[in-house]
Design a protein around this ligand. Structure first.
Ligand code: PAF
Length: 273
């Protein structure tokens, strides 16, 4: 595995690559969820590139940019074992310039739910992912379904800007007890982790209700809220695949999304129905 930190070097290496390139952009602190993305990229492409870059522009003032887990050594080993060809780890000032061209997330999709709670977050995401796509020119790029809104926005970015990249969604990986894997789970103490389980439990309950014939979004949200009463729920949303609110669940076109704070840790999760 080649580890590259320098922009000119990654450009030169990319120029020489022949065949398909599968790209997995990450912010590091890699876990089983990232491994699933990497494995899929490995199966489907001639080359696999992983980037690790804790992108400052997608953190709002007061968020966890400084505390965000950084595990360079462990991440390298994971990538090596997973058969990654190139690990790209640029420095912050190599990726950003003074007075630069900036992208905006879509006015609706970028500013509802996560974008409403974290205004400007998705502007930072599209800015960095566009830069990384510019450098890597991937055939396919892999993103987790856990960040459903990010996934939808990046797919839209590729469509709107006519980018020759396939955005590949990958299912959420969960612990045995249901907790969705996230780099931020390390912030949870054992008691908080226990309470955080109510998020996935509430989504499971929603899924069971729908299977039993319930379609009313308000009734589903109420049942979910009851299960999550021990944590600070920021939102529960029932939306279609374009993130338009739904009053009634539509099978194969519904997403139920949750954001909640457990202690100081903000967690998101969802199910696709
Ligand atoms: O999902 C993430 O880890 C980040 O938002 C991404 C896509 C790597 C952009 O910084």
């Amino acid at each position: 595995m080649q580890i590259i930190k320098n922009i000119e070097e990654i450009q030169a290496v990319r120029k020489k690559m022949r065949g398909s390139v599968g790209f997995v952009p990450t912010m590091g602190a890699l876990h089983q969820g990232h491994l699933t993305l990497i494995r899929k990229a490995r199966e489907e492409n001639d080359h696999v590139v992983v980037s690790i870059f804790v992108n400052p522009t997608q953190f709002l003032p007061g968020e966890d940019l400084d505390e965000y887990p950084r595990r360079e050594e462990a991440d390298r080993k994971i990538c090596e074992l997973a058969g990654v060809d190139i690990l790209f780890m640029p420095a912050t000032d190599a990726m950003y310039h003074r007075d630069e061209v900036t992208l905006k997330a879509p006015p609706y999709l970028g500013y509802i739910l996560e974008g409403h709670r974290r205004p400007g977050h998705f502007d930072g995401v599209v800015q960095i992912v566009m830069k990384l796509f510019g450098l890597m020119q991937p055939t396919r790029a892999y993103f987790g379904r856990k960040d459903a809104q990010q996934l939808r926005i990046l797919k839209k970015m590729a469509e709107d800007l006519f980018l020759p990249v396939e955005i590949v969604p990958v299912d959420t990986v969960r612990e045995d007890d249901g907790l969705a894997l996230s780099s931020r789970n390390v912030y949870l103490n054992p008691e908080e982790r226990e309470r955080a389980l109510s998020i996935s439990k509430s989504l499971k309950r929603a899924s069971r209700l729908v299977m039993a014939g319930e379609t009313d979004a308000e009734a589903i949200k109420l049942a979910m809220r009851e299960i999550m009463r021990g944590i600070d729920v920021e939102y529960i949303a029932v939306v279609d695949r374009d993130f338009m609110p739904l009053e009634k669940v539509e099978i194969k076109n519904t997403l139920i999304l949750v954001a909640a704070k457990v202690g100081k840790t903000r967690l998101i999760d969802n199910i696709w129905l």
